[in-house]
Design a protein around this ligand. Structure first.
Ligand code: GLA
Length: 721
């Protein structure tokens, strides 16, 4: 049992393999937080509510309980807690004050369905605690949910608001997770970035006041990832306490951290309030998206491995093929200059190199000869593919390879048949000019007619064609957010309803094309989040394929997400690089995730073609580790000039160790250790043929950096039997 109720103490204990979470119902009314951390002896654990002057209290309980201080499970706007609030609901009296008190609880196997949102799948061990609370003035009830994923050390949190009053209420802010911690001696880790430079690692000490990362862009965004971590100041890759948080959602979000007057820290993850309100009619419920948290005492690496297992076991869709395809993508080599003849040259060269799939990127549909026109017109361009898509795809498949295609369903160019027919199908505010970005507007995915049109046109174009893979792109953020299809009092629901529409279309693709996989993309990794991972097997990590920059992007992506989702391509678009060693470096860097190529392979020299063929073959020897192995970081490219990491299998009989140096420097010696190696046995590096003792691998092998760049080394150790 991972959820227990201790009746005589009114305590709930949530237990995972390596963590405990304890809460209590105080005075039969107030859910307070007692503990989240490792499995210590918790006897004597009691709620502390330090007195602070100016802090409001209820007459019956005096200063023993004030909502303003101490640790709570959830909080409410305007009723005595002055810290950041997770919930604000405007009631019929026009004020937004609530105070919810405990009514009942329920413990059940499994979890709740989140009504059109992505959420983590339950398994046989999953249990959920529901706390039901009520606010008599607004007439609302809330359900606080804690779903426990025991083996992965993850607890997920989500909130239901039900309007039991006889008039509508307006939800003005709703956070899925609130966690109070009894200290502020922490660092906060977050990932900031930009297009072409996603997920930079930032670690800063917490300070008194509110610190936050957020997106109000209609997408989780390149600029801030929804993942954050709070860790002890001494936490390293392998040691120390760390709490990791993430959000199973792909639109706007807010991660808030508030260090209060008593030195406690409040963490909140949710939709926020800037681009979200919801009119809740009498008798209706609203369910928040899911937020997740994990605790590890084994440093950042421990947190990552919890999240990696969780994403693989409970978020990602089933693998669509027996093995993950190595792709040849046409974008960097061709941009919009594609036609049947050229694409078949690509298909042949892919097949010759042992590549599994041709991915035809942008430019195949409508009047799409550049980025100014065509988005929304999802029918094949007959000037480029005179016999239509099916005949072309059959010819590709005749080479014995799979076929993937690029789409950007959520967007429209004003210069398109779709826009000319339905100018009111875009996100826009009445009477206001809509700003363009990449010459495009955002379709109103909250409008069922738009969804119907898209499903219909994709079915017409793709049914029976045998597409194995969709690269689903999203190349602008949302501005002037409003929906012509919604009433004025519901305009604040647009961005959220948009995401429900997007998820509906993703589910339709998964169901309508059950034999195809989806690679998500948003100008690279602009929607690199758990919501997308529910429907997509992998994500295009970044449009930046320059290895020296990629190292950083890939390092940080592995903090919260498993390498098996991180699409990594060797890029040599115009075959400028003729040096197999340089190409080997790019390949090494790309071996951090599922492999692909961005190059004009048909025009490449024989040397390059042979090199690619050899690389694909070698990748096959490692892919089981890259896609399914445990992943451990050793050196961070944010601390130094190098990135080092390894993959290992569950039995630790195999290690794939990678060292990558970004720039040349005066040589220094570094030690790369793999503590899981079995001491007392011997391993052979299949790359060099050299033998190593398990002790040597566990203590660390030494490597000398080079004056000349690029430089990288890879070892593949296999235990001698
Ligand atoms: C985005 C993607 C690229 C490519 C282009 C096509 O920028 O990130 O990989 O697909 O769109 O327009």
């Amino acid at each position: 049992m991972s959820v227990k109720y201790i009746e005589d103490e009114s305590k709930f204990v949530l237990e995972t393999q390596n963590s405990l979470y304890v809460l209590q119902i105080l005075y039969d009314k107030f859910p307070v937080h007692l503990y989240y951390g490792s499995k210590d002896d918790l006897s004597g654990l009691a709620y502390v509510n330090p007195y602070k002057s100016f802090s409001p209290y209820f007459e019956q309980y005096g200063i023993n309980y004030s909502p303003d201080v101490g640790m709570a499970e959830y909080s409410y706007f305007g009723s005595g807690d002055f810290r950041v609030t997770p919930l604000r609901i405007k009631n019929k009296n026009g004020d937004s004050v609530t105070h919810f008190t405990y009514k009942a609880y329920r413990i059940f196997d499994g979890r709740c369905d989140l009504q059109g949102l992505p959420f983590a799948a339950a398994d046989g061990n999953t249990q959920t605690l529901e706390l039901i609370l009520k606010d008599s003035v607004s007439g609302c009830e809330i359900g606080l949910y804690y779903t426990v994923f025991e083996k992965e050390d993850v607890i997920s949190r989500y909130v239901r608001v039900t309007n039991n009053s006889d008039s509508p209420v307006k939800i003005e802010k709703l956070m899925s997770l609130m966690l109070d911690l009894p200290s502020c001696e922490y660092d906060m880790i977050s990932l900031y970035g930009a297009h072409n430079a996603e997920r930079n690692f930032q670690r800063v000490p917490l300070f008194h006041g509110v610190q936050s990362v957020m997106s109000r862009r209609g997408a989780s965004s390149h600029q801030y990832n929804p993942f954050i971590a709070i860790c002890d100041k001494k936490t390293t890759e392998r040691q120390g306490d760390v709490y990791g948080f993430n959000f199973v959602y792909s639109g706007d979000f807010l991660d808030e951290v508030d260090v209060d007057q008593t030195g406690n820290t409040r963490i909140q993850i949710g939709l926020g309030s800037e681009n979200f309100t919801w009119l809740l009619e009498s008798g209706q419920s609203f369910m928040s998206p899911e937020a997740v948290m994990t605790y590890s005492s084994c440093g950042l690496g421990g947190m990552s491995s919890n999240f990696h297992r969780f994403v693989r076991e409970h978020i990602l869709p089933p693998e669509p093929f027996e093995r993950r395809p190595v792709v040849l993508n046409t974008w960097e080599a061709c941009y919009f200059n594609i036609d049947e003849r050229e694409m078949l040259r690509f298909a042949k060269s892919a097949a010759d190199a042992g590549i599994d799939m041709l991915v035809m990127d942008d430019g195949w549909f409508g009047a799409r000869n550049n980025d100014k026109a065509g988005l929304g017109d999802w029918y094949v361009n007959r000037d480029k593919f005179k016999n239509g898509l099916k005949s072309f795809v059959d010819s590709v498949k005749a080479y014995g390879i799979k076929f993937g295609i690029w789409i950007e369903p959520e967007m429209v160019n004003p210069d398109s048949d779709l826009y000319r027919a339905h100018p009111d199908w875009c996100i826009r505010c009445a009477g206001r000019e809509s700003t363009l970005s990449r010459n495009q507007l955002v379709l109103d995915m909250s409008n069922p007619k738009v969804l119907e049109y898209l499903k219909d046109s994709f079915a017409k174009s793709f049914d029976g064609v045998g597409i194995d893979y969709f690269k689903w792109d999203m190349n602008r953020h949302m501005s002037e957010v409003g929906s012509p299809a919604l009433a004025p009092e519901r305009q604040g629901e647009t961005a959220y309803r948009y995401m429900l529409g997007v998820y509906d279309l993703y589910r339709w693709f998964n169901e309508h094309f059950p034999n195809a996989m989806i690679e998500n993309c948003s100008g690279g990794g602009g929607r690199y989040d758990l919501g997308m991972m529910k429907y997509c097997t992998q994500i295009w990590t970044s449009d930046n394929t320059w290895p020296k920059k990629r190292m950083k992007i890939q390092y940080s992506s592995t903090l919260a997400y498993p390498p098996c989702v991180m699409s990594c391509h060797v890029s040599n678009p115009h075959n400028v690089c003729e040096n197999p060693d340089e190409l080997k470096y790019r390949w090494h860097v790309a071996l951090n995730g599922p492999l692909g190529y961005e190059m004009h392979l048909p025009n490449a020299s024989e040397i390059i073609k042979d090199t690619v063929k050899e690389q694909v073959k070698k990748y096959r020897e490692y892919e089981h580790l890259i896609l399914r192995g445990e992943f451990h970081r050793i050196l961070s490219p944010f601390d130094s000039n190098y990135y080092a990491y390894y993959f290992t299998n569950a039995e630790h009989t195999e290690f794939l160790l990678s060292f990558e140096q970004s720039y040349g420097e005066s040589p220094v010696k570094l030690t790369l250790s793999m503590p899981e190696a079995e001491v007392g046995t011997r391993y052979t590096d299949t790359v060099s043929g050299d033998e190593y003792s398990g002790r040597m691998l566990a203590d660390g092998i030494t490597i000398k950096t080079k004056e000349k760049d690029p430089y990288s080394v890879m070892w593949h150790f296999v235990r001698n039997d």
